[in-house]
Design a protein around this ligand. Structure first.
Ligand code: BYC
Length: 328
């Protein structure tokens, strides 16, 4: 009884020290003590984020072979490769918390781990590539810039590089839409159609409204999240409402209106049934996305086997040469 009482007091004191570090803006590093729930929350969020980057390669990858010019193909290829790189930094950041990449990927393929709802929508016309860059990467930046100040060091550092690349992604998307919006009537109509389909799903990317968000309060206390889902969503709507004026196009929200008193744009109701339906696996492309990822993983098995065999052989040679040096 006495021992267990001391143990509880020790954990309480560790938790207090941990929270005190966070309150003092001292980063938590992999070898530092952390509560189990903090570790679990980060593994969940960073894992989901990594999966989003990798699954996020699919809707845009769909257009690489059909990009309308060499320049557009180069930009799109670079962007899709960047997303792959983001996934890798993020898996590596999650691995510092004691989970393996294989475990995370198995959970994704078994449908147990989530990835962002946005990637379950189809890319139907070329302007969708511009809409993804502008709206989806735009929402991602809004969410991820504050994550550069997240309390967990490896995640925060990964985000710094990711955000630099996302800024280029957003700019290329906006520029693509700008060119189309100044083109023929058909091109302008394609740009408007893409915005009509991507705008609301991008608004939903920030997650459930604050009253419904399960993890926000705890994540805010731990400074994983610096702003609430609704705060970031409002910033996004304000930014898009201004930027769309340069395109001469419209946002598909008749209720979007500047509110002088609030100093923000008011916006219409979000279709939360659609959001949860997509999150639960019933969006237009959920099944196709998972099928494609599982197939790519299976077809890539030989690459992983070859890389492992090479690394093992190299390590064996290194050990043999070290043994020879010692013996000499
Ligand atoms: N989609 O309590 P909440 C990108 C889930 S990729 C699906 O507010 P939290 C890019 C949430 O996971 C963009 N599920 O959660 C790549 C939770 O379920 P669980 C990805 C969602 O974690 C390629 C439940 O709803 N960005 O940038 O406090 C090309 C309750 O939510 C979604 C990130 O992952 C959603 N949209 O806040 C272009 C950023 N929203 O886990 C771009 C890092 C919520 O209890 N992640 N859920 O089963 C975050 O900032 C936070 O995890 C979220 C959610 C704001 C997304």
């Amino acid at each position: 009884m006495e021992v267990s009482g001391t143990r509880t007091a020790n954990i309480q004191s560790l938790e207090e020290q941990f929270q005190a570090k966070i309150d003092a803006e001292i980063r938590i590093e992999p070898k530092d003590w952390m509560p189990d729930a903090y570790r679990k929350t980060l593994i969940r969020q960073i894992g989901q984020h990594a999966h989003s980057e990798i699954v996020g390669m699919l809707p845009e990858g769909n257009w690489i072979t059909r990009a309308p010019s060499l320049k557009r193909k180069q930009i799109l290829l670079a962007k899709v490769q960047d997303e792959g790189g983001h996934g890798l930094y993020l898996y590596a950041a999650a691995e510092t918390l004691g989970v393996s990449r294989e475990q995370m990927i198995d959970e994704l393929h078994a449908g147990k781990a989530k990835y962002s709802s946005i990637f379950n929508y189809p890319t139907i016309n070329w302007a969708d590539i511009g809409a993804i860059g502008w709206l989806v990467d735009g929402a991602a930046i809004m969410n991820q810039v504050p994550l550069c100040r997240c309390s967990y060091g490896p995640y925060a550092r990964a985000m710094t590089r990711v955000c630099k690349e996302e800024s280029f992604h957003q700019r290329q998307g906006f520029e693509l839409l700008l060119v189309m919006s100044k083109g023929s009537d058909e091109q302008k109509a394609m740009a408007q159609d893409a915005i009509n389909r991507w705008y609301w799903p991008a608004v939903m990317m920030f997650g459930p409204s604050d009253g419904e968000s399960l993890h926000s309060a705890q994540s805010a206390q731990w400074k994983i999240k610096r702003f609430s889902n609704d705060e970031l969503r409002q910033r996004f709507v304000d930014m898009i409402a201004e930027q769309i004026k340069f395109l001469g196009l419209v946002v598909p929200d008749p209720d979007l209106k500047w509110n002088e008193e609030r100093g923000h744009y008011d916006f219409g109701p979000i279709d939360w049934d659609e959001f949860w339906n997509v999150v639960k696996g019933n969006g237009p492309c959920n099944r196709e996305r998972l099928r494609t990822r599982v197939k790519a993983h299976e077809e890539g098995a030989w690459v992983r086997e070859a890389a492992t065999a090479y690394a093992e052989k190299k390590e064996k040679r290194r050990q043999e040469s070290a043994a020879k040096t010692l013996a000499a």
